[in-house]
Design a protein around this ligand. Structure first.
Ligand code: SF4
Length: 472
């Protein structure tokens, strides 16, 4: 089982720590369907040199858009040696006709139903060229083969996924393409999710679910069950879900200490273009206030290059993020992934520039822009990163918090993530990532914070439908 490296591994943007965070959970999940006496080697090229001198009976390769060319090369290599090669994942689902010539079998959509069906066919020598997922459920899945994961290669070995998909339909998101033809949002049984959490050693967890708070009932039961388990965890949500009921308070009580939120854009029209209607008219200041008052750090995600963006969008976004004390930010250049609504729309308008998937990494402009020209977009994107992670802005954002412990935690997390690259590289080389986990846990530990929260002295954002800005 192979997770090939993204092309970024060879680009000047490559940050070893970014790809040493999470183990290949998807492959370890599929491995659980193999027999106990099957001899499985799970290799992740982001953290280890691949051994391609072997000649296994079966090779399973997970394909993302930016590792697609590398994945096809590996597939061709193993097929020449006589191995049976399977390709699956987001990119294969989006472009099956591109992947098929490199594989003996391809997999469309999630693998929980198709992979065991394939294994059965493979053992009986009647395998199909294509397996399409229609049945969607993760209620009866066997335990993930975490024993195949080389834990010491990762900063966050305890990553976990307890749902699949997301209830929303943003036009640039892969989600709809991947889950086409069946359910696009479903959950584990709460007891199974809690049992999986219980099996994980240590304290820290990272939920890689697209939207951990997407199903209120499931999330509420999960958080209730996690109370007293002495965990600290990170996960993703939308502003919408944070404002609804008291789910976020339950999450905080269960140990949530940081949340990833796709704000994406500060413009209503851009939100409409992206089909992020679900969050229009929400009070974003209130969501941020609520998160900070619960001691939950925020990782904001933003997309540049939507049609309403102008040359000021970069400074405007960074300034907003700093003022609102976002701990970290992830910036992206808008990227029309094949299979998405955005791709279809741009293709119809003749705006797709090329199909060099290596450059579909959200750091390059791969479509004809409007409003901003290509150079300005690229330059502005680079500038946003440099500016948000400048020492002065890390300091300024940290100082928006009132509680000294919160100021320190914010500063440590943001600076630690972006300002000590050589130290991370050294730790990775010396295989010491696991030793850093207690530091992360202590940065994420609870602060009892009841006083006036961050942002209460900031100008209020008008979130009416007519006014900007609005965020998802
Ligand atoms: S909310 Fe996030 S995961 Fe859900 S569809 Fe939108 S971008 Fe995708």
């Amino acid at each position: 089982m192979i997770l090939p490296a993204l092309t970024e591994a060879k680009s000047p943007y490559w940050r070893p720590i970014k790809y040493s965070l999470f183990p290949p959970l998807g492959l370890a999940t599929l491995a659980a369907y193999c027999n106990a006496d099957d001899d499985i080697d799970l290799q992740d090229e982001h953290v280890e040199e691949l051994n391609t001198d072997d000649a296994p009976d079966l090779v399973i390769i997970q394909v993302y858009i930016t590792n697609a060319f590398r994945a096809y090369k590996l597939a061709d290599h193993y097929r020449l040696k006589g191995s049976y090669v399977c390709l699956g994942g987001l990119h294969v689902t989006s472009l099956p006709e591109e992947a098929a010539p490199h594989a003996d079998s391809i997999f469309i959509g999630p693998g929980e139903e198709t992979f065991p069906r394939f294994l059965n066919d493979f053992r009986n020598k009647r395998q199909l060229k294509k397996y399409v997922s229609f049945e969607r459920s993760i209620e009866q899945v066997p335990s993930i083969r975490r024993d195949l994961i080389k834990r010491n290669h990762y900063l966050v070995p305890n990553s976990i996924v307890v749902t699949r998909g997301c209830p929303h339909h943003c036009s640039f998101c892969y989600k709809d393409a991947f889950f086409e033809g069946g359910k696009s949002f479903y959950t584990q049984k709460t007891d199974d999710a809690l049992a999986e959490i219980d099996r994980l050693p240590g304290k820290h967890l990272y939920f890689l679910d697209d939207h951990l708070l997407g199903n209120q009932k499931f999330a509420a039961n999960l958080f209730e069950g996690m109370k007293g388990m002495n965990r600290v965890f990170q996960g993703a949500s939308t502003v919408d879900a944070i404002l609804r009921g008291n789910l976020i308070e339950k999450a905080a009580e269960a140990g949530m200490r940081s949340v990833f939120i796709g704000f994406e854009t500060l413009s209503n029209k851009n939100l409409m273009q992206s089909n992020k209607k679900q969050n229009l008219g929400r009070d974003y200041n209130e969501a941020i206030r609520r998160l900070h008052s619960l001691g939950i750090m925020i990782n904001g995600s933003f997309v540049f290059g939507l049609d309403e963006d102008d040359e000021d969008v970069f400074d405007r976004t960074v300034e907003w993020a700093v003022k609102n004390a976002l701990t970290t930010c992830t910036f992206h250049i808008l990227t029309p992934y094949p299979g998405t609504g955005l791709y279809k729309e741009m293709q119809q308008q003749g705006r797709i520039l090329h199909s060099n998937w290596d450059l579909y990494d959200t750091r390059n402009v791969v479509y004809k822009t409007r409003g901003l020209n290509e150079q300005a977009l690229k330059k502005g994107y680079d500038h946003a990163y440099t500016s948000f992670y400048s020492w002065s802005n890390i300091f300024k954002a940290s100082m928006q918090h009132e509680h000294p412990k919160h100021i320190l935690k914010h500063f440590a997390y943001a600076a630690g993530w972006k300002k000590f690259e050589p130290v991370w590289n050294f730790i990775i080389k010396t295989k010491g990532l696991n030793n850093i986990l207690p530091v992360l846990e202590s940065v994420l530990s609870k602060v009892n914070y009841k006083k006036k929260p961050v942002g209460s002295n900031l100008p209020q954002v008008n979130t009416s439908l007519k006014e900007q800005p609005l965020f998802t």
